[in-house]
Every structure is written in C-alpha cells, then in structure tokens.
Ligand binder design. Sequence first.
Ligand SMILES: [Fe+2]
Ligand SMILES: [Fe+2]
Length: 245
Amino acid sequence: MKTKFKITVIYDNHLPENNALKSSWGFACMIEGFEKTILFDTGTSGPILLNNLAVLGFDPSQIDTVIISHGDWDHIGGLWSFLDANSNVEVFLPGSLSAHLKDEVQNHGARLVSVGVDRVEVCSGVMLSGEMKGPRNEQAMLLQTADRQIVITGCAHPGIVAITQRLAEVAGGQPMLVMGGFHLKGSSAEEIKAIAEALENLGARWTAPTHCSGELSESLFAQRFGSRYLPLHPGSVITPESLKE
Ligand SMILES: [Fe+2]
Ligand SMILES: [Fe+2]
C-alpha cells in the first residue's frame, strides 16, 4: 500500500488562486504516487485542460491512464485534445457509452478498456466501482493508501451515498476522504444534512465536494466537517498531510 500520493485538481468551475489557471464548468484531477499516473476526467474544454496541466507542471506524456467517470461533456470534453497530445494511454470508459465514442478513442490510438458493472482494479491501490446505474450511468474511483481511502467522483449521478457505500465495501473500514462532484444542486438543507450524515456513517472522515455539488452543500459540509472539509479549485493539491485528524 502506498503511503505517498498526490491528487491535483486540474479542472473545476471554482475560481483558482493562480490567475494563469482557467476555471470552467467541469472536473478533472491528476493522481500520482501509484504504479500508474492517472488523469480522472477531462473537463469540458481541451485547451483549458492542456493549459491547466501545463501551468501545474504536468506534461501529457507523463500520464499512463485516463479514467472517464461518465459521458457528460464536462467530463469527457477534453479527452480528444488530450489524446492528440498523448495517445499512448489506456482509457477506461463506462461500458454503456456508445460504440462510436469507443471507436473514436481507438481511432486516436489509445487502448480502450470498457468497464462493465463489476469493480475493476486499474493498478495496485486503484479501484473503479464499475458502472453504476443512475440518471446517467457513472463509475467512481477508490484510491487505497496505507491508512486512508479516497473516493473520487465525477458528478455522482447514481448518488454520492450509493457510490461511497459501494466503494466502502472494499475500503476495509479505514477512514475515507470523499471528493469530487456530489450533484446536490437543488437539494434541500435537510436532504444535504442527511447525506452528510450517511457519508460519515460509511466512514467519510474528510469531504471535498466541488464541481456540481452546489453552494448550499459546500457550506453545510464545511460546517459539519470543519477542518476536515477541503475546499477545491483548479490547482488544489491533496497529499497524506491534508488528511490529518
Ligand atoms: Fe459534471
Ligand atoms: Fe454529469
């Protein structure tokens, strides 16, 4: 199990602190410290994705693996520009995405991995939930480190609690960070509080709702989790030091 890891938010609709980074609707993050260097989602715009990668010191050629959570354009939109910059990658796509889209990934020269409903190990310590049913089918990711488990979601269309529950089954009861899009825009304060409690009951010790989570859920999660709430924007970095009690 890895003790060192680094997650860097590349793409998000919150405003960055660094003016050279662009913010735009969508989500993408880089994961380093495992056998494979991974890009999870690609945002909406290829040029913004490539700009932010460069500003943050990443070269597309460093990346071995691209994981696409679901087919919405704010998650898959930057994929084609990325593959033009580096097609020597494997791309994990939810299996229900169209044959046309899968062909397009292979036409760009990348290796396609079509993910079904079962969990898939990307490499040691990196697990995908498998495609989960929702208003949009989606897969989420679990990073397993020495004593922390990290759930990363794109939009959480199948439900942030259902996703966390599915990944908590393999998390072995260790404390979890749950981060990414929680898709709670339009949810009431009562609904959001119940969701936060459910996540805590599943083992979430830290939370980092961003992208489509909504301002109300961000403020309610911040209230509940206090210093264990991690606000995210392009350029945010999460390391083991971020996950202190
Ligand atoms: Fe989204
Ligand atoms: Fe979405």
